[in-house]
Write a protein that binds this ligand. Sequence first.
Ligand code: F6R
Length: 265
Amino acid sequence: MPDENRTFQRAGMTIRVFSDAGAASRAAADLIAEAIRGAKPDRRAVLGLATGSTPQKVYAHLAAWHAAGELSFRDVVTYNLDEYYPIQPLDPKSYRCYMHRHLFSLVDLSPQAAHILDGTVPEPFVADHCAEFERWIAADGGLDVQLLGIGRNGHIGFNEPSELPVEEALALPTRLVELHPVTRADAVREFGGADKVIPRALTMGVKTILSAGSILMLATGAHKADAVAAALNGDPRSGLPASLLQTAGGKVTWLVDELAASLIS
Ligand code: F6R
């Protein structure tokens, strides 16, 4: 049982605070494994997955349980939140490559069951591709569980801060977006230079994310404390996309470490 310090409710959401990133990640992995094992016999578990530095320990747990013969991905289908655009799948910086490194190559997930938005689709076909991605999710019965991280600017997936009315922000579909300056700055490390960061991406929409059966937001580290506090305080607003999770209330669980929780009032 991960080292859990406290649990409370905020805007209908459950906030679980752990001693450190390792414990929060372990709790996320436990919940994902539960979703896999709990899938009905006639239906595959449908997982929404995230990339970035935060979920790496989650995938390490899932891979270790698979290696130990305790968890199988045979009856799992996955959909990733986002992908840079344009990018080749074999580019080591692509999220497809990331997922192979951290999970897909380490478990028995069928390649046909691993869906990632395609960074090679020619631009005139992008809207169709995004609509098709949403149709595939619907045809699989919808996302059972969506794992999220939070950007320092409060983004979820690559749904960046905007000035849209809340109703419009909540209805955002899967689409091509421009990355926010904070997101681009945070990607400099990954890309090895500000001029090398790919400034656009394909992202699952807010609407699709919020339609998941359950949503796990994993946030760890002091650099996430401002965004976490801002998302939990105040009303849902498009200027801070993670605050829109408040509208999904009871199905949202925040798994945060003490550092990320330090500014919640
Ligand atoms: C990644 C994604 C992003 C990240 C967020 C946090 O697929 O959708 O929203 O979750 O940028 O990234 P890290 O974990 O690197 O701090």
